[in-house]
Ligand binder design. Structure first.
Ligand SMILES: Cc1cc2nc3c(=O)[nH]c(=O)nc-3n(C[C@H](O)[C@H](O)[C@H](O)COP(=O)(O)OP(=O)(O)OC[C@H]3O[C@@H](n4cnc5c(N)ncnc54)[C@H](O)[C@@H]3O)c2cc1C
Length: 427
C-alpha cells in the first residue's frame, strides 16, 4: 500500500540537528523572532551579525514549515514586472523595489558563499514556460523589461525550450539566469547553524501563545510557560500564522502546495530532461513547477486547496502533469509525495506590518519565498538594527483582514477547480 504522504526527498535518514538554546531567564533581548523558517532565520543571522541579541522560537522543529518542504527553486523577482512596480509604487519606491526584486536570488547564493553553508545547489537559471501564445507575449514583455535593466535573461523559442526542458507542449519561454536550485531543507538547517554560531539563540518546540507590552518592552509567553522580554518581536510565521496576533491570519489565504518525486531516473531517460539543471514553472493559472534533484529524480509540484490530503489520489493532478509534459515517464515509480502551506495575499505582494512600535509581522510568500524571505530577512535585520523604515523594501501597512475570510477559502477552492478546467482547454 502506498503511503498517502512522506517526508520530502530533502529529509536525510540521519537525524536532523536539534536547536535547543536555553531560554534566557532574565534581561531584555533586542528581538524575539517567532517562526524558524527562512524568514525568521535570515532575520536572526543578519541581526546577530549586526550585534543584536536575538532569540528564535519555533512551535515545531526547524525546517518543518514551508522552508524545509519546498521545491528549492530560487527565483528572483515578484509576481509583477518592473514597469508595473514603478507605475504602482511611484518612481523612487518602485525603482527601489525593482532593485530589491532583482536581488532576491543573490540573497540566497551570497549567504551560501559568504557563510560557507553546506547546501547542494546549481545556479543555471529558471525557465518560465509559456503554454499559450498569450503567455509567450507576456514573457517577451518581461524579457524586454528586465533585459533593459541589464539582467541576464533570454527569451526562448519553441525549439529552444524543447531542447532545454525536453518537455512537450510549450510555445516558448523565458530563461532567467539569475535563478537556481538548492536543497531547501539543508539551506534552512544551515541558516540555523550559522545563525547560532553568530550568536543568535534558536529554540524549537516553543509555541508562542501570548504577546503583551510592559512600557516599551514586549513580553513573549510560550505554551510551556516561559516568558521572555524583548524590545522588538518579529512574527515570521507566514502560511502557518495562528491566532497569536489578532487579525493577521485573516490577511492571507493559506493554500497547500503538493509535490511528487519519481524514483531516480534511468540514464537513458534522464539525458533528455533538463540537461542544464534549470528549474521550471509554467504559465498556467494553476501552475506546475519542476526540477531535477541532485540524486536524479524528477520533482514536480502544483497547487491544491485547503483540505488536508487523505490518500495518494490527492497528488493525482501532479502525476497527470508530469506525464503530460514527459510521456516517457509513464511507468516510472512515484516514490515520494508531500505537501506544505503557502500564503497568498489578495494583491500578490508580501505584507509587512508594525501595528505597534516594535511588533513586526511579515506574511505572504506567494509560493515563491526562498529568495524573497532570505532577502526580506536581511532587510528586516537592518530595520531592527537601525530603526530606519527605509531599510524595508515594502511600505509598512495596517493589518487588514480579508472581508468574509472564512468564505474566501471556499471560493479559492472553487476557483482552483475552475482555473484547472480553463488551463485544460488551453492545452
Ligand atoms: C510544497 C511547497 C513548495 C514550494 N516551492 C517553492 C519553491 O520552489 N521556491 C520558492 O521560492 N518558494 C517555494 N515555496 C514557498 C516557500 O517555501 C515559502 O515562501 C518560504 O519557505 C516561507 O518561509 P517562512 O520562513 O516565511 O515560513 P515557514 O518556513 O513556513 O516558517 C514559519 C514557521 O512559523 C512557525 N510558527 C507558526 N506559528 C508559531 C507560533 N505561534 N509560535 C512559534 N512558531 C510558530 C511554524 O512552526 C513554522 O516553522 C514552496 C512552498 C511549499 C509549501
Amino acid at each position: 500500500m502506498v503511503a498517502a504522504f512522506s517526508d520530502p526527498i530533502w529529509r536525510k535518514p540521519q537525524a536532523a540537528p536539534a536547536f535547543r538554546s536555553e531560554l534566557p531567564s532574565g534581561g531584555t533581548l533586542d528581538a524575539v523572532i517567532i517562526g524558524g523558517g527562512i524568514m525568521g532565520l535570515s532575520t536572526a543571522l543578519h541581526a546577530a551579525r549586526a550585534g543584536l541579541s536575538v532569540q528564535v522560537l519555533d512551535a515545531g522543529a526547524i525546517g518543518q514549515g514551508a522552508s524545509g518542504l519546498n521545491g528549492g527553486q530560487v527565483i528572483p523577482g515578484l509576481k509583477y514586472d518592473p514597469d508595473w512596480l514603478i507605475e504602482h509604487f511611484g518612481k523612487e519606491r518602485g525603482e527601489a523595489l525593482v532593485e530589491f526584486a532583482a536581488s532576491t536570488a543573490d540573497a540566497v547564493f551570497d549567504v551560501i558563499r559568504d557563510e560557507k553553508l553546506a547546501v547542494p545547489f546549481t545556479r543555471n537559471g529558471w525557465i518560465q514556460a509559456a503554454h499559450t501564445e498569450t503567455a509567450l507575449t507576456a514573457a517577451a514583455n518581461r524579457d524586454r523589461q528586465w533585459r533593459s535593466r541589464g539582467a541576464d535573461v533570454e527569451l526562448l523559442d519553441q525549439a529552444g525550450i524543447a531542447a532545454m526542458t525536453g518537455a512537450k507542449g510549450y510555445f516558448g519561454g523565458w530563461l532567467d539566469r539569475r535563478a537556481g536550485v538548492i536543497d531547501p531543507l539543508s539551506y534552512t538547517l544551515e541558516l540555523a547553524r550559522v545563525g547560532l554560531a553568530a550568536g543568535a539563540r534558536i529554540t524549537e518546540q516553543q509555541r508562542v501563545v501570548k504577546l503583551s507590552k510592559d512600557a516599551d518592552v514586549w513580553r513573549i509567553s510560550t505554551q510551556g510557560g516561559a516568558e521572555l522580554r524583548a524590545r522588538s518581536v518579529v512574527l515570521a510565521t507566514n502560511a502557518y500564522t495562528d491566532g497569536l496576533l489578532p487579525g493577521l491570519a485573516q490577511t492571507i489565504v493559506p493554500l497547500h502546495s503538493f509535490q511528487i518525486a519519481t524514483a531516480p531516473l534511468p540514464a537513458e531517460l534522464a539525458a533528455g530532461i533538463l540537461p542544464g539543471g534549470q528549474a521550471v514553472s509554467d504559465s498556467r493559472r494553476i501552475l506546475v513547477y519542476y526540477r531535477r534533484s541532485p540524486d536524479g529524480r524528477m520533482v514536480l509540484g502544483g497547487r491544491g486547496g485547503m483540505a488536508l490530503p487523505s490518500s495518494a489520489a490527492d497528488w493525482a493532478h501532479c502525476e497527470r502533469a508530469l506525464i503530460r509534459l514527459y510521456p516517457a515517464l509513464a511507468g516510472i515509480a512515484i516514490e515520494k509525495r508531500w505537501f506544505g502551506r503557502v500564503a497568498l495575499t489578495p494583491d500578490h505582494l508580501p505584507h509587512l506590518h508594525e501595528p505597534e512600535k516594535g511588533l513586526l509581522a511579515v506574511v505572504g510568500c506567494q509560493g515563491r519565498g526562498v529568495g524573497l524571505m532570505s532577502a526580506l530577512g536581511k532587510r528586516m535585520a537592518s530595520y531592527l538594527a537601525s530603526g530606519d523604515a527605509r531599510q524595508l523594501p515594502f511600505p509598512l501597512s495596517p493589518i487588514k483582514p480579508i472581508p468574509f475570510h472564512a468564505f474566501r477559502q471556499v471560493g479559492v477552492a472553487a476557483a482552483i477547480t475552475w482555473y484547472r478546467v480553463l488551463d485544460a482547454f488551453e492545452r
